[in-house]
Design a protein around this ligand. Structure first.
Ligand code: ATP
Ligand code: MG
Length: 437
């Protein structure tokens, strides 16, 4: 993409409505614009990041055996009357009447809809195990939408729902999502620590929140420092017993404020990290809560009706854009992990209009693009300082700087966003280095 053609409305001034750094940077770098309280337009730069995140989430869900579907955003209130949540959910639910005065709503979550899909279409235990997920927009009329996309009213969520024949099998589905989450967040370049969460009506230990540590996080969290260094599992066989991986992760202390046991502080001493955290995912087993209320029984192996056990598994896809920035930025702007960056490489032409610089940049741009690398080519007629500042602000991971002095020697500068060092090398060598990644 040529920057002269790219719709990138950056802001020089710091927007006064933004109190946390990720919100400020998302506005300044032209990722989003607020439409109404807690409702955002995603501009081209933000859309690219959001889609990169969604794609990694999707790949890891698929690898774990979940199947993608798309459920409606506007739902029938009747289903929620069956589960009993129509009255319970409260003012966070956006209720709508259609032209026939029927109760509709904009979905804040999809347990009812997915349970209805299941009961209308699954025939017997042979359909199990089943895990269906979507990556779609939710609406929750939050009392206090704030921090930009971190606590929006409309937001993008990955939500998966598992159906199983018995508790053991259901635990396996839970474990599959636990491991998939560890891998997903690692690929997104963030450290998200699984912490025991309130398990609700069923009890047990099958509820975890995945928390990214950041000073601006909404909740206080506590964990063993060993968890900060733990690498995500590699080469996972999702059909194998995953319990040892779960035990390995959960044997180290980690808890949100609500679950925190202050007695542990003396015991862990210097090993205890006290921090603030952002919840980016939540996995939850709830048994037959919805399948029983909504009569979603199927034929079991013995011919008797079987009520499947369910779990639900959310990831805050749009919240992650903010969370990643909270965890990865400096004074100059965003520092994207390569996996989610809107462009991998920025080509900075220091002297647009100079024949040699233009030719070298065009060559780099064409060859990098041909190698499948996303490139933002700053071909604008702007001062060098402006170009450096913008490329830093929007956080492109690799910068190739092309200027008349260097090009006279056949050289360009290569720089990693966030690192001070610049490397001078030939055009050829720069290309090789970038395409080898
Ligand atoms: P929170 O405690 O932050 O309100 P929640 O417990 O209501 O979240 P879940 O129902 O578990 O959230 O939703 C799954 C995920 O969706 C959360 O882990 C979070 O990352 C994301 N999420 C929830 N509410 C919002 C919101 N208002 N804006 C953006 N993302 C959200
Ligand atoms: Mg939660």
């Amino acid at each position: 993409m040529r920057l002269s053609r790219f719709f990138l409305p950056t802001l020089k001034e710091t927007p006064t409505e933004a109190v946390i750094v990720s919100h400020r940077l998302m506005l300044r770098a032209g990722l989003v614009r607020q439409h109404a309280a807690g409702i955002y337009n995603w501009l081209p730069l933000g859309t690219r990041v959001l889609q990169n995140i969604a794609e990694i989430v999707r790949e890891e869900q698929n690898a774990a055996g979940a199947q993608e579907i798309i459920m409606p955003t506007v739902q029938s209130g009747e289903l929620w009357k069956e589960s009993g949540r129509y009255d319970d959910y409260g003012p966070e639910m956006l209720r709508i009447k259609d032209r026939h005065e029927r109760d509709m709503l904009y979905g804040p979550t999809h347990e009812e809809v997915v349970t209805d899909i299941f009961r209308s279409n699954a025939k017997s235990y042979r359909n199990l195990p089943l895990n269906l997920y979507q990556i779609h927009w939710k609406f929750r009329d939050e009392v206090r939408p704030r921090f930009g996309v971190m606590r929006g009213r409309e937001f993008l969520m990955k939500d998966a729902y598992s159906f199983d024949v018995d508790f053991e099998r259901s635990k396996h589905s839970y474990n599959q999502m636990f491991v998939a989450y560890l891998r997903t967040f690692a690929r997104l370049g963030v450290k998200a620590i699984p912490m025991r969460a309130d398990s609700g009506p069923i009890g047990g230990d099958m509820s975890h929140e995945f928390i990214v540590l950041a000073d601006t996080g909404e909740s206080a969290v506590f964990c063993h420092k060993g968890l900060l260094e733990k690498p995500a599992p590699q080469n996972v066989d999702y059909q194998a017993n995953l319990q040892p991986i779960i035990d390995d992760w959960t044997s180290l202390y980690a808890a949100t404020e609500e679950k925190h046991d202050t007695a542990i502080e003396a015991k862990l001493g210097a090993d205890l990290v006290k921090a603030r955290g952002i919840e980016v995912g939540h996995i939850f087993h709830f048994g037959t809560k919805y399948s029983a209320a909504m009569k979603a029984s199927i034929a079991g192996p013995d011919g008797q009706p079987l009520t499947p056990l369910m779990g639900s598994y959310g990831i805050g896809v749009s919240r992650l854009v903010g969370a990643i920035i909270e965890a990865s930025h400096d004074d100059a702007g965003i520092i994207w992990p390569e996996s989610v960056a809107p462009f991998r490489v920025g080509v900075i032409n220091l002297k647009t209009g100079d024949a040699a610089c233009d030719a070298a940049c065009a060559d780099l741009y064409a060859k990098l693009s041909a190698a499948g690398i996303s490139v933002l080519y700053d071909d604008r007629d702007e001062r060098a300082g402006v170009k450096f500042a913008d490329m830093d602000l929007i956080g492109v991971p690799w910068h190739v700087v092309v200027g008349p002095k260097g090009i006279a020697k056949g050289q360009v500068e290569l720089k990693r966003r966030g690192a001070a060092a610049r490397e001078e090398l030939s055009l050829e060598a720069a290309l090789n280095k970038l395409t080898a990644k």
